[in-house]
Design a protein. Structure first.
Length: 345
């Protein structure tokens, strides 16, 4: 699991990662996280903007990141590009910006809709690898590159993307070189002998077997939710919002998310800037998890989803309802949300 930085606030965490990129020494005896390879990661204004963004103070944070991006800061450009392509990371202020203002905040100038800052941030290895993944020619080397850069969440996303594309190279990807919680992605396109070999990699009661055509044991599955690193986003949300009902909150949150692929891709946009634990412990991190759960159904279906959740865990249902309300349109000069639906996901 990602290393927690004891006693550090968000800005300190960002500066620690940036200091690694500059070769600054760490405290003696502490484990060494991967060095940031992002130019501009050491800029004090970047650390301040990231701290505001994580605190869900979205407008000043994104305006500051946009200004840094316009000035050529590669770290800011890369972060904006990842936020741009990840709707769950976009808060209500951004969701209701007029289209031209939204484009000006998130993207580089050019064309009718701007262009991703990834193209202008491609001096960094991380930006180049995101661009490589976006190409239809991407292969499993993008997974290895994200891993090398210390971007574990991005590496999981890359495997999910390649599996969705049914990339033929996954048929021969060694199981031992794959994240142990993502073996099910190799199983889907495998022949029968390989499927048996993949199942043999898992303990008999591992809940991942349910994703590979076998029955699921509810007690084992709950134990997995309570301990697996890839379920940490749900645990962080439930601990903060519903600590008195953790078991039912976890199972209800997973069921409402309705996508194991979505679960394994939740987390920090760039771990070189924002360690995973710092992100998940933040208001924006928890909001991202709730937003992704809400995106599991369209706006019309959310009332029914939330109603069903109340029977499982009323606390989680109320937290999600409050998050959903933040995205309801408020007419200028009014305080109450409009009955209009939230923006399309």
């Amino acid at each position: 699991m990602p290393r927690r930085i004891p006693g550090a606030n968000v800005a300190q965490a960002v500066l620690v990662c940036a200091g690694l990129a500059l070769g600054l020494p760490l405290a003696a005896g502490g484990p060494t996280p991967p060095a940031s390879t992002l130019p501009g990661a050491d800029h004090p204004a970047l650390a301040a903007a990231v701290e505001q963004w994580l605190a869900d103070d979205e407008e000043p944070a994104l305006r500051a990141l946009a200004a840094l991006a316009q000035d050529g800061n590669t770290a800011a450009r890369t972060l904006l590009a990842v936020i741009d392509k990840t709707p769950a990371m976009q808060g209500p202020w951004l969701a209701y910006l007029p289209r031209d203002e939204r484009i000006a905040i998130l993207r580089a100038p050019g064309g009718l809709s701007g262009q991703s800052w990834l193209h202008d941030a491609a001096a960094s290895e991380l930006a180049r690898n995101w661009l490589a993944l976006m190409s239809v020619l991407a292969d499993p080397t993008v997974i290895d590159e994200f891993d090398r850069l210390g971007e574990a969440r991005a590496a999981r996303e890359a495997l999910v993307v390649l599996a969705a594309r049914e990339h033929p190279a996954l048929r021969d990807l060694p199981a031992e070189a794959t994240h142990p919680e993502l073996l099910y992605l190799l199983w889907r396109g495998a022949d029968e002998p390989r499927r048996e070999a993949l199942l043999a990699q898992l303990p008999a009661a591992h809940p991942q077997r349910a994703l590979m055509g076998e029955p699921q044991d509810d007690a084992t599955f709950l134990a997995w939710l309570e301990t697996s690193p890839v379920a940490e986003p749900l645990r962080a949300l439930c601990q903060a919002a519903c600590g008195d009902s953790m078991p039912t909150c976890l199972s209800a949150a997973y069921g409402a998310l309705a996508s194991h692929n979505a679960l394994v891709t939740l987390g920090s946009p760039i771990e070189a800037l924002i360690p995973q634990t710092v992100f998940l412990d933040s208001a924006r991190g928890r909001g991202t998890v709730m937003r992704r759960i809400l995106q599991s159904t369209d706006a019309r279906g959310r009332r029914a989803m939330l109603s069903g959740l109340r029977a499982q865990d009323e606390c989680l249902a109320e937290a999600l309802n409050a998050e959903n309300a933040r995205y309801r349109y408020r007419r200028p000069g009014t305080e109450e949300p409009s009955p209009e639906t939230a923006p399309a996901d």
